[in-house]
Design a protein around this ligand. Structure first.
Ligand SMILES: [Zn+2]
Length: 265
């Protein structure tokens, strides 16, 4: 009997490893590469819809994640991400089939009980926002363009328009390309310098580095969000993650997701 159990466990050596913030207060997660069926270079839990990986692998990975998290496939709303600032509201909270992306955009929020919103990343900054007062949640894809152009501000504005007080918001910033590996050209560095304080790091004669985390913290602080938790793992340094830059574009995508499920609801 013990042997059979062991064999079954070995058979599913690909166990999901999901990272969580400590104080969001609702179900959520940041996936790693572990636990999927995709072959290299998308190994293993590729959740990206626009990669060269087989769509059936991505669908199997997505269903595996949702089953693990006890989320109905149709409850998850995602976007066709375009590094822009458009915000969508999601309303789907159930159903057995995976839903198509809501449309082009980079932030998605919901106040529909049971609904899950998510963004896909591989180096870009995923930010999850939770309003325990207004009982609404958001997922934001903030690449460097999105951060500079204001996708996070747009998401917070959408929540505010529905009554959210920014001071009540809790934010979790997921693993992304930290400043150790985010080397940029002068033109990009200048855009950050014009918009943020002390996020461009210059050492010696090399190219400048930029702290996306510093930028995101400044945006959140500026919007009145004070409860911010960052999972400071560098997607390029840490082999547990897909990294668009390290893997030269041939890589998978993670999902950062949050569920509108508040206690007592
Ligand atoms: Zn790094």
């Amino acid at each position: 009997m013990t042997q059979i159990v062991k064999r079954v466990l070995l058979g599913c050596a690909a166990v999901l490893e999901i990272l969580r913030a400590s104080a969001l207060g609702v179900p959520h997660g940041f996936t790693t590469r572990a636990g999927g069926v995709s072959p290299a270079p998308f190994d293993a839990l590729n959740l990206g819809i626009n990669t060269a990986d087989a769509p059936e692998h991505v669908a199997r990975n997505t269903l595996r994640l949702l089953e693990h998290e006890r989320i109905a496939p149709g409850a998850l709303s995602t976007l066709e991400q375009v590094h822009g600032t458009v915000v969508h509201e999601a309303k789907a909270s159930g159903g057995t089939a995976l839903a198509a992306p809501l449309g082009a955009g980079d932030a998605v929020w919901t106040e529909q009980p049971g609904a899950v919103v998510g963004v896909r990343v591989a180096d870009c900054v995923p930010v999850l926002l939770v309003d325990p007062e207004g009982r609404r949640v958001a997922a934001v894809h903030a690449g460097w363009r999105g951060a500079v152009h204001g996708v996070l501000e747009a998401a917070i504005a959408a929540l505010k328009a529905r009554g959210t007080r920014p001071a009540a918001l809790r934010a979790a910033v997921g693993p992304h390309l930290l400043s150790c590996c985010f080397e940029v050209g002068d033109e990009v560095a200048e855009q950050f310098q014009a918009r943020f304080e002390r996020v461009v790091i210059r050492t010696g004669a090399g190219k400048p580095h930029v702290s996306l985390l510093g930028s995101v913290r400044q945006i959140l602080e500026g919007a009145g969000v004070t409860r911010v938790e960052a999972l400071e793992h560098c997607t390029s340094c840490d082999p547990r993650f897909f990294s668009h830059r390290r893997d030269r574009g041939q890589t998978g995508r993670h999902l950062a997701y949050v569920r509108c499920a508040f206690e007592g609801a």
